[in-house]
Structures are given as C-alpha cells and as structure tokens.
Design a protein around this ligand. Sequence first.
Ligand code: SAH
Ligand code: SF4
Ligand code: F3S
Length: 469
Amino acid sequence: MKPMTTSPKGLFIKTYGCQMNVYDSERMADVLKPLGFVEVDSPEKAQLIVLNTCHIREKATEKVFSELGQIRRLKDEGDGDITIAVAGCVAQAEGEEIIRRQPAVDIVVGPQSYHKLPEMLAKTSRSIKDRLETDFAVADKFGAFSKIRDVKGPSAFLSVQEGCDKFCTFCVVPYTRGAEYSRSAADILTEAEGLVGQGVCEIVLVGQNVNAWHGVSGSVGEGGRRDQTEWDLGRLIRRLGQIDGLKRLRYTTSHPRDMNDSLITAHREVDSLAPFLHLPVQSGSDAILKAMNRGHSVTDYLHIIDRVRRARPDMSFASDFIVGFPGETDADFEGTLSLVREVGYSQSYAFKYSPRPGTPASDMDEEVEEAVKEERLSRLLTEISRQSRAFNLTMVGSTLQVLFTRRGKSEGQALGYSPHMQPVHVDGAEALIGRLCEVRVIAATGTSLSGRLLEETSSGRADFIEART
Ligand code: SAH
Ligand code: SF4
Ligand code: F3S
C-alpha cells in the first residue's frame, strides 16, 4: 500500500446488499474527496477500489471473494499502484480472515469506521492491525461525515438509523451492524435541508429497522435551549414533510413490531409521504415466525396492514419472505402462500433460507432439503409475479406522479419511479430527468409501466406535452 497524495486519483466503489450500503458508499466517496479521489466507472481506471460488501446470504459473501480474485489480477498486472479495500458487512464479520484468504486486500473496514479511511490510507505499514478497522462506534461515524453531501440526482438516501436489536434467528445484521442507534433529529433535518437545497426532491429515510428510529427533537428554541421532546419516526416524517421543495418521502425497511399509530397516521396526514410500505413478514406460519424470533404473529401482521390501509386506502405493500427455514413443513409454506394471497402485494422478494455462521438458526435441526426449498421458492415467486402484474395493470389509464431518475434503454427515453415504486418508462422525456412529472399510464408488464407525459409538476407547467409512445 502506497501513501496517498492529494493529486487526482480514481476511486471505484462497488456496492452490494441493501440501501444502507448504498448510502455508506456515497458517504465514503464524500470522505475520500478531500484526498483527491474522483469516482470512476471501472476498476481499471482506479487507484483505490472499494468493495462495499453484504453478508446476508452465503451467495452474497462468496460473490465478494470471486470479485476479489478478479481485482487481484488487475493489481498483479498493473504497476502496483492499486489499493484494495473491503468494506461493509463481510468486512465486519470476517475481519482479518479476508486478508488471509486474499492477501491482495490492503484494507478491511467495517461499516462503523468509514470516517477512518483517510487515516488508514495514509499509513504505510503492512501490519494487520493498521489495515483493519472494525470498531462499533456508530456515533463517531455520523459525527465525522461532513454535513454537506455531493448530490448525484433528484433522489437521495438519508440514513437515520443503524444496527438492529431484534435478533431474528436467521440474520447476521445484529452482528455485522451492531446495536440499534438513532441519529438525532437535528442532524437528520440539517442533512435533509442540505439535500433539498442542492435540488433533491425525494428523500428515502433508510435504516435496518427504520421505524425503530427515535430521538430527541434537538431543535434549538428560545434562549438557545435544545428541545428534549422524544420523537418517533412518524413525528420526524411530519417535520420533514414541512421542508419546502421536498416533494416525496419514503422510508425503508420497517419491522412490524415498530409500526405505531404515529407512523400509521403520518400516512394519512403527510401528503409527500409515498403510499408504499415495505414491511417484511418472512413467513405466514406462526410456528415459523416464533422459531425466527420475529416477535409477532400472522394475525398481528394482518392487523397492521389493515390499519395502514384504513389510514391510506391507496397504500401498496411489499414484503420479504424466506422459504425453507429449518422445520418449515408443507403446511407452514401453504400458510405463507395464503398470507400473500390475503394481503395482495405490489412487489416482494423471496429467498431460500441460507444458514449464516454464528446465528441461532444455523444450529437448528430439521434442515429443509435443497430441492424442497427450490420448489417452494418457485411457487412463491410465481404468486408474487402474478400479483405484481395484476397490481401494475390496475394502473393503466391512471395518472401518476413520476420522478425521473435516469435514461431509459431506448433513445430519448427516461426512467422514473411512481409513488408505488414502480419503474415507469416514458419515451421522449430524457430532458426531464431530475423532475417530478404527471404521467398517464398507457401500458403495464409484471415489472414496469410505460406512460405518456402530461404535466411537469415541479415547474408548475400544466400544458400537455405529447411524447413519442
Ligand atoms: N431489517 C429488515 C431486513 C434485513 S435483511 C427486516 O427486518 O425485515 C433483508 C432480507 O434478507 C430479510 O428481510 C430476509 O428476508 C432476508 N434474509 C436475511 N437473512 C437471511 C438468511 N439467513 N437466509 C435467507 N434470507 C435472509
Ligand atoms: Fe435481521 Fe431481523 Fe434485524 Fe431485520 S429485524 S435486520 S431480519 S435481525
Ligand atoms: Fe447485507 Fe449488511 Fe445490508 S448484511 S443486507 S449489507 S446490513
């Protein structure tokens, strides 16, 4: 590892896993900028390559080691001036084992230590101690990130909460991200206002259990005194909803146990809060939910969905499911299918259970055979796709507000997202990337919508813009 200078250097960050990692990758780029690092779009152009990794399933972890093998070749074939850093949850879980398994790795840095990257890069020592940073000091991390971010588009993630205390028996997150930590409301508001000031019109609040967020208001009142009122996520969303120019708010991912009245009613009261909720249930069997230590029953979950729907009738829902958890019987799995049919999701994710080292479920008996897992996954995915398609088809003929975020596949086309997180393609709208526009939906597939531009909401123009369709 060579010492870093301030002349411009290429930085390539590859991000795996969840939205927390996407946010962290952006913040790493911010932290490295003052050292002269400029983001590049391929590892070949980079002097510093960062893999921001995910440990959630075995496949995710193995992907990292195969990627490292490829990057190692770049380092061997080049002039040696390439630094390889492994960040994220694999870094936290495997620590120095990564350097042992792939000696080309220079730095291993866990999710709570990214602010220490400049210091680590400056060290010339090759000792493992100097190349490894996996402390759990999450307050330091947010404190050290600069308040002003380099915004890349109209939509931005804002991390409000880290870590997890729920300890679902299958999950590595409590071990890789540590205990639950909530940032202060004042900090979050400053960051949100800074983002909107730079042109962001959609903010996605992210956290491993985002709806467990709580904190003191921290706002400064008369006489310079700080308000010590305790806020929950519903209250924070109401406050964020008052920021001028912030047109759309989302939050992800939520836990059923933390869906309180304040958050549910925010869906009725805050116009900019999107009518979409990702609320993973994992299984539709009470016995499996108990073995997973989810802390709620199927009935509890359905009751929450019902309350949210009553607060906001056009609400759409997404979930995550695990099939083949140890001991899952055919009847348990049928329970999952029947829950899916009862809720009617707009989209969902389903995974085969993957035993993770150190988690209680990895020691459980009654492993489900791979072929059975496969079969259940395929049946569940068929039902999920059927529902997504049906949901998307209900949108044809309606008008939706679409936030265009990037170019589409064909010439002149723009891709955006509806309030329900559906991808929407609009031909001839490329010039509108970065804007929130009214779109008439003209067609739907199982995975996306296509539409015609009606009105450019963000500029208040009401004229009809006929687009090529
Ligand atoms: N905090 C979120 C989810 C975090 S992980 C929550 O509580 O819902 C994202 C998803 O990965 C989980 O919802 C779960 O469906 C899946 N997952 C986590 N551990 C897994 C494992 N060991 N095997 C298979 N899927 C897993
Ligand atoms: Fe993992 Fe459960 Fe925590 Fe979600 S709530 S991060 S699934 S332990
Ligand atoms: Fe993966 Fe870590 Fe997120 S394990 S899902 S990157 S919290």
